[in-house]
Ligand binder design. Sequence first.
Ligand SMILES: Nc1ncnc2c1ncn2[C@@H]1O[C@H](COP(=O)(O)OP(=O)(O)OP(=O)(O)O)[C@@H](O)[C@H]1O
Length: 232
Amino acid sequence: MSLLEVNGLNSYYGDSHILFDVSMRVERNEVVALLGRNGAGKSTTLKSLMGVVTPRAGSVIFDGTDVAGRKSHKIAQAGMQLVHEERRIFGSLSVEENIVLAGLTASKRWPLNRIYEMFPRLKERRNNRGNELSGGEQQMLAIARALIRDPKIILLDEPFEGLAPVIVKDLMKACRDLAAAGQTIVLVEQNLAATLALAQRIYIINNGHIVHEGPARELKAQPDILQRYLGV
Ligand SMILES: Nc1ncnc2c1ncn2[C@@H]1O[C@H](COP(=O)(O)OP(=O)(O)OP(=O)(O)O)[C@@H](O)[C@H]1O
């Protein structure tokens, strides 16, 4: 059985119907990316998986249990972690306090030194406050706060957005190391090159509908799909 099986998910903001029968699956140890234009419904999909948005119909079978409709902290306890676009770190706490705090209520935890091996910059900055970090360091910290809880699956919402190329390179290396260590990842990203380099399988969402699913390596050879749904 897949680690995550999403079937017929429908989500709304008020009366606005945003996701239409979204179905997708993620196997254990797989990196799956969700691509689509601005406003296509990528963030809403991640939020619906995580219970930040409550889907009105459909199922989210996570590790054998339907978690659709559960509160997000319950879904987090079951082993899912969402790294939001807004990063959500505590500016007045140190890097290390931010990480330790995130791990407090987890049933299993990564040791701190494993986090620091993954992100040597965070080790150097461990005593700096969250609001003293660069955008890239804040993104690393946001991911570290998710990883300390030893998630079965981590959902990354535009982790490279707005970051300098040199930081994107560091973050991509961390993501590759994570994937090589068997971490299951769902990636939402506008950076097509980075996405195709990291993901094994791709879904494309358009106006709230899944319109394509296939191996990442095949997408490069499908300019019609790239043009139609992503405008590249
Ligand atoms: N809190 C909200 N209330 C009402 N409408 C929203 C809300 N958040 C998003 N939307 C709308 O839902 C649709 C899907 O948005 P979503 O953020 O999921 O898209 P996205 O694919 O992640 O795009 P982006 O790359 O711009 O973040 C858009 O039309 C957006 O305007």
